[in-house]
Every structure is written in structure tokens, then in C-alpha cells.
Design a protein around this ligand. Structure first.
Ligand SMILES: NC(=O)c1ccc[n+]([C@@H]2O[C@H](COP(=O)([O-])OP(=O)(O)OC[C@H]3O[C@@H](n4cnc5c(N)ncnc54)[C@H](O)[C@@H]3O)[C@@H](O)[C@H]2O)c1
Length: 249
């Protein structure tokens, strides 16, 4: 075990599976205490049990402000403070304009964009009290460039990139840094639902392969730690070169 996050207390939304679970594992391994917040109660509680004393599970639907208040309170009650918030929970769907429904649009926006707003609203005072604090908003490569057919998802991830900047500017004087992370295609249940079973071939050309959750986690650990003390309001892309531009030949 190393100690890049020794003494830190983090709340990670959507941490029961995929990248969020990878972040939770690494945070505990790096010395932090973690509250795993998710709607997936069984998987979240099992992960907390696996991670031991420095992990707890809180039922958290990121679209419900009362759930956020309870999760923040649980972090403070159990571990004494909250100095890292990772807004990771997200949902993905798509469909052509004309077919894609308002209900679908509202659901994706409420989880991917309103969720982080409600999270930071609930956590703000605890983060300021625990300063220096860090917020890591998990956007996407779809927050840097459009994806055909994924209208709400693209809009939500661009929106989260913008909210990151307004929050970073407002909270900098209070000792809270806020940054966004923009993963490309990462092998998780979310992508598995679209592509079926896939694995990461780390020997393959970066432009041609999917990423592993841990390749995003190392960036999230950096942004949660004092190693990134001069980073705020910034975009951190981890996409194997996907958004760098086009290639010929
Ligand atoms: N996998 C990718 O290729 C990829 C790429 C870019 C960005 N992202 C983003 O990374 C984040 C994590 O995605 P992932 O790939 O690990 O997906 P995932 O589906 O494996 O995990 C998402 C988690 O969020 C939880 N969740 C869903 N709705 C929720 C809600 N209302 N409240 C609380 N939790 C909720 C799910 O239960 C799940 O545990 C998401 O924000 C996603 O948009 C993923």
C-alpha cells in the first residue's frame, strides 16, 4: 500500500461497479476512507465489506438531494469529515432525433448533470470545512466532442464540463479545487452493454484499443490528492488519443 491519499475521506457516486468501484479500491489502497454511494445496494454493500474498515456504503440516488445529504452526513459521522467528492455516477443511452424521447433526455440529464450539481450542493459546506478539498467530475470524451445519436449524453457531459469551471472559480477562494475527467471508451458494464464482452489489449495501439478502469483511476487519484494542488477548473482527457484529431491512412 502507498499513501497518496492518506487521511483523505471521499464520497464516490456510482461506486458499486465499473470505474467507480476501481476508484474506491484505489482510494482505500492509497490510505483514504471511502463512502461508496450507489443505487445498486447489494453490489455497493459487498464492495464496502470487501474493502474493510475504511469503506462504507450509502444508498445514493444522485437525482435525490435527500440521499446526497444523508451520504455526506454518513461520511462525516463515520470518518469525521469529507474532503473529496467524486461525481462518477452516470447513465448512457441514445437514439435518433424524432425517436429519442423527452423522458429519456430528462433521465440522462438528471443523473449525469443535475446529480453532480446536487452532490456539490450537499457537500459544499463539508468540503469547505475540510479544506484543502477536491471535487472530481467524471465527464467523458463526449464532453469534448459530439457523439452522433447520443444527444442527452453529449449534452450532459458538456454541461458537466461547464459546471466544473463555474464551481472551480467560485470555490477556489474556499480551498476547494474542481476538475473534470474525460475518459474515452473504457471497459466497464456500461460499455459492455453496448459492445458485449470485450477485454483490454494493452499492447495494442492506443488509438485502437479500449481503456481499463485503472487507467482512469490513476488520474482520479492524482486529482483527489495534493499532487494536483495547482490544478483547478481544468479538463483532463484520458482517451487513448480519441479526441486529438483525425488520422489519414
Ligand atoms: N465506460 C466508458 O467508456 C465511459 C467513458 C466516458 C465516461 N464514462 C463515465 O464514467 C462514469 C462511470 O461509468 P462506468 O463506465 O463505470 O459505468 P457503470 O455502468 O459500470 O457504472 C455506473 C454506476 O452508476 C450507478 N448509477 C446509475 N444511476 C445512478 C443514480 N441515479 N444514482 C447513483 N448511482 C447510479 C450504477 O448503479 C453503476 O454502479 C459515468 O459517469 C460514465 O458516463 C464512461
Amino acid at each position: 500500500m502507498s499513501s497518496r491519499l492518506a487521511g483523505r475521506v471521499a464520497l464516490i457516486s456510482g461506486a458499486a461497479s465499473g470505474m467507480g468501484a476501481s476508484h474506491a479500491r484505489a482510494f482505500v489502497a492509497e490510505g483514504a476512507a471511502v463512502v461508496i454511494g450507489d443505487i445498486a445496494d447489494a453490489a455497493g454493500a459487498a464492495l464496502a465489506a470487501e474493502l474493510g474498515e475504511r469503506a462504507a456504503f450509502a444508498h445514493l440516488d444522485v437525482t435525490r438531494s435527500e440521499d446526497w445529504d444523508a451520504a455526506v452526513a454518513e461520511a462525516v459521522r463515520r470518518f469525521g469529515k469529507l474532503d473529496v467528492l467524486v461525481n462518477n455516477a452516470g447513465v448512457l443511452d441514445g437514439g435518433p432525433i424524432g425517436t429519442y424521447t423527452e423522458k429519456q433526455w430528462q433521465h440522462v440529464l438528471s443523473v449525469n448533470l443535475t446529480g453532480p450539481f446536487l452532490g456539490l450542493t450537499a457537500a459544499r459546506d463539508a468540503l469547505v470545512a475540510a479544506r484543502p478539498a477536491a471535487v472530481v467530475n467524471i465527464s467523458s470524451a463526449a464532453g469534448m466532442q459530439g457523439v452522433a445519436g447520443m444527444h442527452a449524453y453529449t449534452a450532459s457531459k458538456f454541461g458537466l464540463r461547464g459546471f466544473t469551471k463555474s464551481a472551480a472559480l467560485e470555490l477556489a477562494p474556499h480551498g476547494v479545487r474542481v476538475n473534470s475527467v474525460h475518459p474515452g471508451g473504457i471497459v466497464t458494464p456500461m460499455i459492455g452493454a453496448m459492445t458485449g464482452d470485450v477485454t483490454v489489449d494493452r499492447d495494442a495501439d492506443t488509438l485502437k484499443r479500449l481503456g481499463a478502469p485503472e487507467e482512469v483511476t490513476s488520474l482520479v487519484v492524482f486529482l483527489a490528492s495534493s499532487e494536483s494542488s495547482y490544478c483547478s477548473g481544468a479538463e483532463f482527457v484520458v482517451d487513448g488519443g480519441m479526441t486529438a484529431g483525425s488520422t489519414f491512412g
